[in-house]
Design a protein around this ligand. Structure first.
Ligand code: ATP
Length: 299
């Protein structure tokens, strides 16, 4: 289990991470979210032992993370960090050696992973001749060639098409099943919702929320009603308890103060014809994120 305990990081006088604490258990996918500059990368670098916290401690299975332990950690960084003049095989031999693996192990794992990612034919190809998506696959393979116990994924789906996103998702879920602890960071809230039961939202280096996704959704009072049919936006807006009405191609999305106002909207719909859909939905993580971050900025 990863334990980040009261960690603060200053760059000179600037506090990039402020008294941060969280835990990631074995086989758990933990979401670390925040707007640009919130302190996520700084946190990852401290976990990887690339920079030291100014104060606080970070342990993995009870031990301070040192060079031996980083052998069991994988890090997929947001920015590409490939040695693009090397071939895929050369790059993997280099990364694998950095993680204290012998050549035989690296090559057999590489064959397995290239097959899983459907890019066996690129093994001897120079990385700079591969497409963006295939480079992302190579980067992902580099991050997991050491079969990490802890894996940090920062925007793992960047540059991928929908088919390859599904492939990456299935690999990530397999790693979770095998017991890998995963920290998942992305600005795509739908991906965070897909993976993370538990998450933390960072604003200016400070946690403004930490907990289970299901709790954050339950406690967030505002709900959405989705309507398809013959209604008038102006009428919906006038209903007591309605905060906002947005019309998209097919639906009206009506936000209400809380679930108790649902009946007011329902009463109005009874006066209309041709209503083909009426559903009450939980707010999306995206809405909650925007609201939590907005609150923290005093908006
Ligand atoms: P993004 O989503 O844009 O990648 P982030 O959440 O990863 O952002 P960090 O890169 O951790 O944010 O940066 C947190 C803050 O610390 C930012 O204000 C950044 O400018 C500052 N910072 C990061 N690295 C350094 C450094 N080496 N020296 C000084 N300030 C830094």
């Amino acid at each position: 289990m990863l334990k980040v305990n009261n960690v603060t990081k200053y760059y000179g006088d600037f506090k990039a991470v402020d008294n941060l604490s969280f835990e990631v258990k074995k086989g758990e996918i933990f979401g670390l979210l925040g707007v640009n500059g919130a302190g996520k990368t700084t946190t990852f670098r401290m976990i990887m032992n690339l920079i030291e916290p100014t104060s606080g401690t970070i342990t993995f299975n009870g031990k301070k993370i040192d060079y031996n332990l980083t052998d069991k950690i994988g890090f997929l960084t947001e920015e590409r960090s490939l040695l693009t003049k090397l071939t895929v095989k050369e790059q993997m031999l280099f990364y694998g050696a950095l993680k204290s693996l012998d050549e035989k192990t690296i090559l057999s794992r590489l064959d397995e992973l290239l097959t899983r990612f459907g890019i066996q034919e690129y093994k001897e190809r120079k990385i700079n001749t591969l497409s963006k998506g295939n480079q992302q696959k190579v980067q992902f393979i580099s991050a997991i060639i050491n079969e990490p116990s802890l894996l940090i994924l920062d925007e793992p789906f960047s540059g991928l098409d929908p088919i390859n996103i599904e492939l990456f998702k299935s690999v990530i879920l397999d790693l979770k099943k095998k017991g890998t602890s995963i920290i998942f960071s992305s600005h795509r809230m739908d991906h965070v919702e897909f993976f993370c039961e538990k998450l933390l939202i960072l604003v200016k280096g400070k946690s403004v929320f930490e907990g289970y996704l299901k709790d954050i959704k339950r406690d967030y009072k505002i709900k959405n009603i989705i309507i398809e049919g013959d209604v008038r936006q102006a009428d919906l807006k006038k209903i007591d308890g309605v905060i906002k009405v947005v019309k998209t191609a097919r639906f009206y999305h009506v936000s209400i103060k809380d679930e108790s106002y649902c009946k007011n909207v329902f009463e109005y719909l009874k006066t209309r014809n041709n209503i083909t859909r009426f559903t009450l939905e939980e707010p999306s993580l995206e809405e909650i994120f925007v609201s939590k971050v907005g609150e923290a900025y005093g908006k």
